[in-house]
Design a protein around this ligand. Structure first.
Ligand code: NAD
Length: 475
């Protein structure tokens, strides 16, 4: 099959690469000519500067020029195309509704080019972008307005997770395809022939609107589950003495109906999708007069969760941030990615700067360069207080507190590095419960404050669980 992928971001580039592995002729198109140049060169470092996903650069290297091609000229690649996949950004507007500017611009370009093609074979226009339920009809209107003929529209939402995108695209849980016509189902069935009738992967054919809805319900369900653990489970561990959050989680998730995924309490879920998708669904449901209280609560719990350890540090550990230097470790929204969209670290750093810290020492194994763009001092002079380091050890040197904001494995065995690098009084804020041997740190007079547990602070060299008298005891 000849496939065009429009938009070579996380979703588009991975989809293009994985389809090219299966022998389709894939042309990936983007208006960003820097990206096209980097991807066409096939060098891993250049590719990873834009999309850093394990295994992705290797596939591109293998298939480039054979079954995978990059272009910024849609007209030159349009003839003979069977399917065009829309992988455009769909960010939020201020009111939470989905901003379709990128999507519409791409749809207009596609419509103009398709209206002038010579080859009139059936082409399916497939939404992989997450778009409000019913957008497929809007897409159709754009095509009809340009007089495009012999086309079908389809919704084929993407469920991959960053950090494991290649694995997820090669072996998804399910492939959801929403079409109006049998002939379009057939075309997509050939694109995804490796998944049709698969013993483990569910290949679901439905209406375009149902496919669009599946994506929103799935994502908001996942965020709601995370928020449940953060808003209920974690709070029980933080407020009621002698409740061990890890045991609570084990006991609850032993029930096979309750998922382990999402039960690890944290300083909130970030990433490009959860926040904007729940905001969009709230907006979509309000328009049809459906109560959105539950979704609003999930959203709010998640947003506050990103920074509440800073509040707890003040009220429970008595830490004063003013003029202190604080290390923030883990800038990307999770491990194995350089993506910082909606990362918890952004709110953490902004909150710390708002509390008057002297400096922030920032470190991430993959996202330091992305962070420099996010915290651009020309946008906010306070960002000049951020320094970037090549290792976590270097980042914590000279600080009075640290905040672990993502789940990079290297933070798990970090207690020894802390002991070797910074001396108490010192506050460890652990947003991911990454330090299992925290009791030893506390025994050595460090104060440990983790999501899901009461503050643990030293007293005359011995670990003491605070019951809320809320004073930072320096010994
Ligand atoms: P992205 O921002 O990483 O990439 C989008 C790409 O589209 C960019 O390369 C941009 O240059 C390009 N683009 C913008 N306008 C264009 C135009 N007019 N013509 C051609 N290319 C254009 O976005 P993403 O993370 O890949 O997300 C794409 C969609 O997939 C979104 O709707 C998102 O919600 C959804 N999604 C994302 C993920 C994820 O983990 N990132 C997972 C599932 C679904």
């Amino acid at each position: 099959m000849k496939i065009i992928v429009v938009g070579t971001g996380y979703v588009g580039l991975v989809h293009a690469a994985v389809c090219s592995e299966y022998g389709h002729e894939v042309h990936a198109f983007d208006i960003d000519s820097e990206k096209i140049e980097a991807f066409s060169g096939g060098r891993a470092e250049a590719i990873e500067e834009f999309v850093n996903e394990p295994g992705l650069a290797n596939i591109i290297k293998e298939t480039l020029g054979k079954s995978l091609f990059f272009s910024d000229d849609l007209e030159a690649i349009i003839e003979g195309t069977d399917a065009i996949f829309m992988c455009l950004p769909t960010p939020s507007n201020i009111d939470g509704s989905t901003n379709l500017t990128f999507y519409n611009a791409a749809a207009e370009t596609i419509a103009e080019v398709l209206a002038n093609r010579n080859d009139k074979r059936r082409v399916v226009l497939v939404n992989k972008s997450t778009v409000p339920i019913g957008t497929v009809r809007h897409f159709q209107k754009i095509m009809n307005a340009h007089g495009v003929d012999n086309y079908g529209v389809a919704s084929n939402p993407e469920f991959l997770a960053e950090g494991s995108a290649v694995v997820d695209a090669r072996k998804p849980d399910r492939v959801v395809v929403g079409c109006d016509y049998d002939e379009d189902f057939k075309i997509l069935g050939r694109v995804y022939s490796q998944f049709v009738n698969h013993v483990r992967i569910k290949y679901i054919e439905t209406t375009p609107e149902t496919a669009e809805a599946i994506k929103y319900v799935a994502n908001t369900m996942l965020l709601t589950y995370i928020s449940f653990w953060n808003g209920v489970g974690a709070k029980i561990g933080e407020k009621i003495p002698n409740v061990k959050i890890d045991d609570l989680r084990l006991g609850v998730t032993a029930d096979e109906r309750i998922s382990t995924w999402g039960s690890f309490v944290s300083n909130g879920a970030g990433g490009s999708c959860f926040g904007k998708d729940i905001a969009s669904l709230i907006n979509q449901l309000r328009r049809v007069n459906v109560s959105t209280k539950m979704l609003e609560a999930s959203f709010e719990v998640n947003e506050y969760q990103k920074v509440y350890l800073v509040d707890r540090a003040i009220t429970e550990a008595g830490f004063k941030f003013n003029n202190e230097t604080v290390a923030v470790l883990g800038l990307a929204f999770k491990k194995h990615t350089n993506d910082m969209r909606d990362a918890s670290s952004i709110k953490v750093i902004e909150t710390l700067l708002g509390k008057g810290v002297a400096k922030i020492h920032a470190y991430d194994p993959l996202a330091n360069e992305t962070a420099k763009q996010v915290f651009d001092p020309s946008k906010n002079i306070l960002f000049e207080k951020i320094r970037y380091f090549k290792s976590a050890k270097e980042a914590i040197a000279g600080t009075q507190a640290l905040f672990i904001s993502s789940d990079c494995e290297e933070f798990r065995g970090f207690s020894r590095t802390i002991e070797d690098t910074v001396k108490p009084p010192y506050l460890v804020m652990d947003g991911r419960r990454m330090i299992p041997d925290f009791e030893e740190l506390v025994a050595k007079n460090y104060t440990y404050l983790a999501v899901g547990s009461m503050v643990m602070k030293p007293k005359q060299g011995e670990a003491e669980i605070s019951e809320g008298e809320l004073k930072f005891v320096a010994v």
